[in-house]
Design a protein. Structure first.
Length: 200
């Protein structure tokens, strides 16, 4: 709901600014249609990126891959922008995959934790790759390159920037949470090993 409100408010702002300054010398209806097209294009691109990456084999997303490690600089950056403070306010879209990642429901079940980590790795890749591809809808305005139009810059670019910010925040949260999940996984392995040693 929060993301929907942000998208609506910022889209309305882009629309009003374009209508007021009228860079294309068009009517308000033209800018309204352009905003809807660019927002819809961003949603479609994000969905395609997610669909393609989800179709990739799980072995391409191992938990020990360097991409998913949280370095010291990254940790400091995430603290600086307040990830631990607002991470619970960002919408979690686990309903699309049938696996929610907003809380750890079964911390002592390593099959569950392993799936959680895998889903987090998929999510990090999806959200990070969606950022550069957010630029693509700007090219809908092919006239921008011939000097006949600028709606790709005055509407497409602001919409793309908003999408980049909203799409990358969940990736920050998932990377922040991964070390904790990995520690749970390793502790469960140690616990199981101790049980086996006691039973033998």
């Amino acid at each position: 709901m929060l993301y929907l409100v942000i998208i609506i408010v910022l889209s309305a702002l882009v629309y009003v600014l374009n209508g007021f300054f009228n860079p294309m010398h068009m009517g308000w209806g033209y800018y309204a249609i352009a905003v809807v097209i660019f927002v819809a294009a961003e949603v479609i691109i994000d969905a395609l990126v997610a669909l393609i990456i989800r179709k990739m084999p799980a072995k391409w997303f191992p938990m020990d891959k360097k991409t998913y490690e949280l370095g010291s600089f990254e940790r400091k950056f995430y603290k600086f922008i307040g990830v631990p403070v607002w991470k619970d306010k960002v919408p979690e879209l686990g309903s699309f995959t049938g696996f929610h990642k907003n809380k750890v429901a079964n911390p002592y079940d390593n099959e569950y934790i392993g799936r959680f980590i895998l889903e987090a790795c998929y999510g990090i890749s999806i959200h990070f790759w969606s950022v550069p591809f957010s630029i693509l809808p700007i090219f809908i305005d092919y006239q921008m390159w011939t000097g006949g139009n600028n709606v790709g810059l005055t509407i497409g670019l602001p919409v793309a920037i908003v999408n980049m910010i909203l799409i990358v925040l969940p990736a920050f949260i998932l990377k922040w949470n991964l070390p904790m999940l990995k520690n749970i996984y390793k502790n469960n392995l140690k616990r199981e090993q101790r049980k086996k040693e006691k039973g033998s």
